[in-house]
Design a protein around this ligand. Structure first.
Ligand code: SAM
Length: 274
């Protein structure tokens, strides 16, 4: 199968997930609309990454239905969200209107984004389930760095690639490595008629993902001209990877006696020299 075919399958899958993600309140849309001060839990965790964003331009890459994009707008950022799913962007535009914030949303394949969004930004942000959909992390680094203004900042928080190597279907609660840690030319093929939020049954069930090691992600950004400010490994996730994980509010952890065994997410702060 070609990259275009993988991408087409993923696009169909993502377009179809949107109805389920907006139909129930798994994405916390009601609170974003009802309370002007409410921001998503994802942005509540990440907001200090850029310092004060009031009046700063912010690009949100792979913005999905815009819950985090509008959260940054509520904090005062001048936001642009990009995503390849027109269905997700329609939901994002509708959310921004209901919330009453200004936001620009641009439909684009990640790797084509520089052709559709010509400007650079003070802050470039991407998070929680983004880079596993992308085949080439080095090229992603070039795209992300290209969007950062000289003197501007970049931040990512995403699933730790070590976690993504582990089998999540065992019944004995052992954490065993069964999937590749490093980026592979061929993706992993998954099939599911459910998404992680909502209960809609999908018909476009096939999707393709790529893992990228921590070094591959860091070097993608450094090779593209960014300077590393902070690399963190985190013990929580915004969704349950294993059935035996435990929820604390919106966040999911390994049981207390196993919490330090495996990192669940990583975050990177970087900047472009001014
Ligand atoms: C899990 S969401 C990530 C975002 C965010 N954390 C959220 O949950 O709202 C993944 C997003 O990546 C987008 N996406 C996947 N592959 C893409 C690609 N090749 N180019 C642009 N967007 C892509 C999907 O449409 C989806 O909206």
């Amino acid at each position: 199968m070609s990259l275009d075919e993988h991408r087409a399958a993923n696009l169909a899958n993502w377009n179809e997930r949107v109805a389920g993600h907006t139909a129930n309140d798994g994405y916390g849309i009601a609170a974003l609309v009802a309370d002007p001060d409410h921001i998503s839990d994802v942005v509540a965790f990440d907001r200090d990454a850029f310092g004060a964003v009031d009046g700063k331009t912010l690009l949100h890459s792979q913005c999905h239905i815009g819950t985090d994009t509008v959260s940054w707008a509520k904090l005062g950022a001048v936001v642009t969200g990009i995503d390849f799913s027109p269905t997700a962007l329609a939901a994002a535009r509708s959310l921004a209107e209901r919330v009453g914030v200004k936001a620009t949303f641009v439909e684009t394949e990640l790797y084509d984004a520089p052709q559709h969004v010509p400007e650079q930004f003070d802050c470039v942000y991407t998070s929680v389930g983004a880079i596993n959909w992308l085949p080439d992390i080095a090229e992603w680094g070039q795209v992300m760095a290209g969007f950062v203004k000289p003197g501007g900042q970049f931040y990512i928080r995403d699933t730790h690639p070590m976690l993504s190597t582990l089998d999540d279907e065992r019944s004995d609660e052992l954490m065993t490595v069964t999937l590749p840690y490093f980026e592979t030319a061929s993706p992993l093929r998954w099939e599911s008629d459910q998404s992680y939020a909502g209960s809609a049954t999908l018909t476009n069930t096939i999707n393709y993902e790529w893992n990228h090691s921590i070094a591959e992600v860091v070097m993608a950004l450094l090779d593209a001209g960014l300077v590393l400010d902070e690399l963190r490994e985190l013990t929580h996730l915004d969704w349950p990877y294993f059935s035996f994980m435990e929820a604390e509010g919106e966040r999911w952890y390994l049981p207390a006696d196993r919490r330090l065994q495996v990192p669940l997410q990583f975050s990177i702060r970087a900047h472009k020299p001014g």
